[in-house]
Design a binder for this molecule. Structure first.
Ligand SMILES: [Zn+2]
Length: 159
């Protein structure tokens, strides 16, 4: 069983493009959480749209910490991970994630996989070419090895 999960947390902010819709469409963002026997390890994150602090206490569940800026010191940031990666001789991985503007949950996933010496992957970028989608994927292999692969997926495969 996996010891981590990427799940969606709902905020109470609304993305600009949805501001004029009649039914409010609240913004959702991805969070990386560690799990233990189906329970999620509590953590604090900030919304990637409005920057408000959320206490994530279960899968897809969070409590908004209004006006509690003090919680920000509990949040693991890209800068923290970047520092740790560089300190452990993984500056190249930190650069790769920075160049491709990878979101924080994938930074946390990479950090976790390296720390636990586990295999896994994250999508670095996604480009649409005609009817295909080209993914650039970073694979983390055993013993600290890494590999980048380009994979093509046909978008209308199931039609
Ligand atoms: Zn928000």
């Amino acid at each position: 069983m996996k010891s981590y999960i990427k799940h969606l947390i709902e905020c109470q902010c609304i993305l600009k493009i949805f501001e004029n819709t009649t039914k409010p469409l609240y913004h959702k963002f991805v969070v990386f959480s560690l799990t233990d026997n189906e329970t999620v390890k509590e953590k604090y994150v900030t919304c990637n749209n409005c920057d408000i602090v959320h206490r994530v206490y279960d899968i897809c569940k969070s409590e908004i910490k209004w006006g509690k800026e003090g919680y920000k010191s509990l949040i693991y940031t890209k800068e923290d991970i970047s520092f740790n990666l560089a300190n452990n001789g993984k500056q190249n991985i930190s650069d790769l994630l920075t160049i491709n503007d990878v979101d924080i949950p994938d930074w946390e996933l990479v950090d976790y996989l390296i720390e636990k010496n586990l295999e896994g992957h994250v999508v670095l970028s996604k480009k649409e070419i005609d009817n295909d989608v080209n993914y650039k994927i970073l694979y983390l292999l055993k013993d600290g090895k890494i590999k980048i692969k380009n994979e093509l997926e046909q978008r209308y495969l199931w039609v």
